[in-house]
Write a protein that binds this ligand. Structure first.
Ligand SMILES: Nc1ncnc2c1ncn2[C@@H]1O[C@H](COP(=O)(O)OP(=O)(O)O)[C@@H](O)[C@H]1O
Ligand SMILES: [Mg+2]
Length: 433
């Protein structure tokens, strides 16, 4: 062959490689449609029977019998039949197939096989959901979109915080006007405090009062003191702060009653009290008692006060964002009642399956399974509920500590004064001495 042709051929190959790499880096979706999807779809179709067999998804049919002349002849020996699957459909960063269940099968069998599918298809994850009876939908994602989530943008709205990115690529927004109270669950170092910090930095520039309750001595929320209208760092202080808030709530209620309206948002601007967001880090510290009479009484008080705020606060501009490792009834009966009032749910990695069930279980069991599958490496990854009753896997944006402190300082001028709470805390100081 002419050397010039060989050189030309090599140049074309090199160019294709360079273009391929550029497309992969800058247009991952195009790259997926052009190369990843066809290969993976072929892999799904060609390995399905074997994967189904190895994972007990196939069922055995009785051997066929055929009539040859006057003789009944047995067909093949027992032959397992794999469930029928649809053609793999491409999605933005993965593909999905619909599987028709054999009679007697449940989606749970497929959930157990999800890991095997991940390996067989060479993808990041396979999600099993059941959109209608008799079918399961297997959704594969080629790479984890939450590994390097971009920060989607969201309109700046009062009481709305852009938390991070959803697995679908959309913005993860916590809007307290739509869902007034939130529960954030997760094991130690799963990302709860990071998420609270994100909420604070997002609400800091808004005309909102932020109140912190951090009974681990204020180690987490103490960073934001300059932007907090009050901070309780032990349970005694928490009782004082919550009591003052409940009194304030009653004032708000009577203001609404006098004006003949049902929420503070219907009051004229001049009369409307400032919305208050109460952030609680590690709820167990409020509920657990060491057996002494005083600690029992404090725990009960906290429980009653939080529940009252949750039940009545939403329309009065009082919001709760509560984080905890455990949210079960082992913390006392009050916590179950409180949980029922916290409509928004966020579940990070959990230590025991029960916590995921308690956080998300009354909403959706597919969501529970996805939350239980979050690994220790996936810090900040969580399953969150949306305002429409849906749910999504998402990752919060990690705000570096110095940036969080700087944001709080920058907006310290926006901190509304809540004199009643301050007085309660000062009185406590006086008592303590
Ligand atoms: N969204 C996130 N992205 C990346 N890393 C995170 C994220 N959230 C948390 N982390 C990491 O995990 C560590 C523990 O998070 P933290 O919020 O303190 O957990 P928790 O309060 O649940 O114990 C943080 O120091 C941070 O390094
Ligand atoms: Mg923490």
């Amino acid at each position: 062959m002419e050397p010039i042709l060989i050189a030309f051929g090599l140049a074309v190959v090199a160019l294709l490689l360079v273009v391929g790499d550029l497309v992969r880096r800058h247009r991952p979706t195009w790259h997926w449609y052009l190369t990843g999807y066809p290969v993976t779809a072929w892999r799904v179709a060609s390995t399905w029977r074997r994967v189904a067999l190895l994972n007990d998804l196939a069922v055995s049919r009785l051997p066929a019998r055929t009539l040859v002349g006057h003789l009944l002849v047995k067909g093949d020996p027992v032959r397992p039949v794999a469930p029928r699957i649809s053609f793999p459909r491409a999605t933005r960063m993965g593909l999905s197939v619909v599987v028709r269940l054999h009679a007697g099968q449940t989606p749970a069998t497929y959930m157990q096989a999800a890991d095997a599918l991940v390996h067989a298809w060479k993808v990041h994850a396979v999600r099993v959901t059941s959109p209608e009876r008799g079918l399961v939908l297997l959704t594969a994602t080629a790479t984890d979109p939450l590994l390097r989530p971009g920060l989607a943008s969201a309109p700046a709205e009062l009481l709305s915080a852009l938390i991070g990115a959803l697995e679908t690529g959309g913005a993860w927004v916590m809007n307290l006007r739509l869902v007034p109270h939130w529960l954030i669950a997760g094991a130690t170092r799963s990302g709860k405090s990071t998420l609270l910090a994100r909420v604070i930095t997002q609400l800091a520039p808004q005309p909102v009062a932020l109140v912190g309750i951090d009974c681990k001595g204020g180690m987490e929320l103490g960073l934001f003191t300059e932007r907090l209208s009050a901070l309780a760092t032990c349970r005694r202080e928490a009782v004082a702060v919550l009591t003052a808030l409940v009194v304030d709530m009653q004032d708000r209620m009577s203001a609404c009653r006098t004006a003949g309206v049902r929420s503070i948002w219907e009051l004229p601007d001049k009369l409307r009290p400032v919305p208050v967001v109460v952030l609680v880090d590690e709820i167990a510290e409020l509920y657990l008692s060491d057996g002494t009479r005083q600690s029992k009484a404090e725990a009960e008080q906290c429980s009653t006060l939080l529940l009252r705020l949750a039940q009545l606060g939403a329309a009065l501009g009082l919001h709760l964002v509560v984080a905890g490792q455990r949210v079960g009834s082992d913390l006392g009966p009050g916590v179950t009642a409180l949980r029922a009032q916290l409509g928004g749910r966020i579940c990070h990695r959990v230590n025991d399956p029960g916590t995921a069930e308690m956080t998300l279980g009354d909403l959706n069991k597919d969501a529970v399974a996805v939350a239980q599958a979050i690994t220790a490496q996936e810090r900040g990854v969580a399953v969150c509920t949306g305002p429409d009753g849906g749910w999504a896997r998402a990752r919060s944006h990690l705000t570096p500590t110095d940036e969080a402190v700087a944001t709080a300082r920058k907006h310290s001028g926006m901190t509304p004064e809540l004199p009643a709470i301050e007085r309660a805390l000062v009185a406590l100081d006086g008592d303590g001495k």
